[in-house]
Design a protein around this ligand. Sequence first.
Ligand SMILES: [Zn+2]
Length: 308
Amino acid sequence: MSRQVRIVEVGPRDGLQNEKQTIDTGIKLELIERLAKAGLRDIEAASFVSPKWVPQMADHAAIMAGLPSRETYPDVNYPVLTPNMKGFEAAAAAGAKEVAVFAAASESFSQKNINCSIAESIERFVPVFEAARQQGIRVRGYISCVVACPYEGAVSPEKVAEVAARLLELGSYEISLGDTIGAGTPASVLRMLEAVARKVPVQQLAGHYHDTYGMAVANAYASYQFGLRSFDSSVAGLGGCPYAKGATGNVATEDLVYLFNGLGVETGIDLDALVECSAWISGVLQRAPGSRVSRALLAKSGQGGVCA
Ligand SMILES: [Zn+2]
């Protein structure tokens, strides 16, 4: 078994889209560059959703135009979210080489989040997959609420497996399984993974765990033991979910890197540089990093600064 994992940084998108204050394009681009410098090779850069839905992501084209130079960081991918053909066309025109589509495993969440049923949302992606195939653009599929939904409670593992199988069939190279409200535990996450892995090869699954109940690192570890080798996270634990009161951000990238360093599993990420990036963006947002690892390492180096 490989002793390597891929970490997909979602802070600039999944993280910042939940910030109430508008964040300057320059700050977002600096965040992306600092992440690339720390060794992240997959950095979700923007979302090509309508600015009416997510005003924070209205600068998507400017972000794509201002990404770090290919010469300095030749091997970094910058996936972007595309909800439909219109978003896909704009993303492709802006030079995206990888896009992500998103569906939910819960009907109520699908209605609230994207205003349509799960089946309708997947129908909308059919032309996106087709166009992506023609243009050589990779597609990643996201599924939200894979363990629980803020409206329906527990979500059936079979439902997640069904949505995952459909996204695979349409041409997703990987399916990212989102515990959007962070309610999962290793037991419920493993029940879900067992059902999904019957339909989708484990090498094509990624864990996307939010840390609301402090279980995200445990869930990532359980998923690693199960065979997953790809995980989403956000620097400083940025993020949340506007539809689930009290939901916190994604598992912090620093916390995953610390976990995998301890296991002797290669991530390619420089933890010190990442902690520095975490301290910087947390300073911009005027709060302490949402990462226990960053807070511990910053305190140790005397850079605690803000005691929040
Ligand atoms: Zn998320």
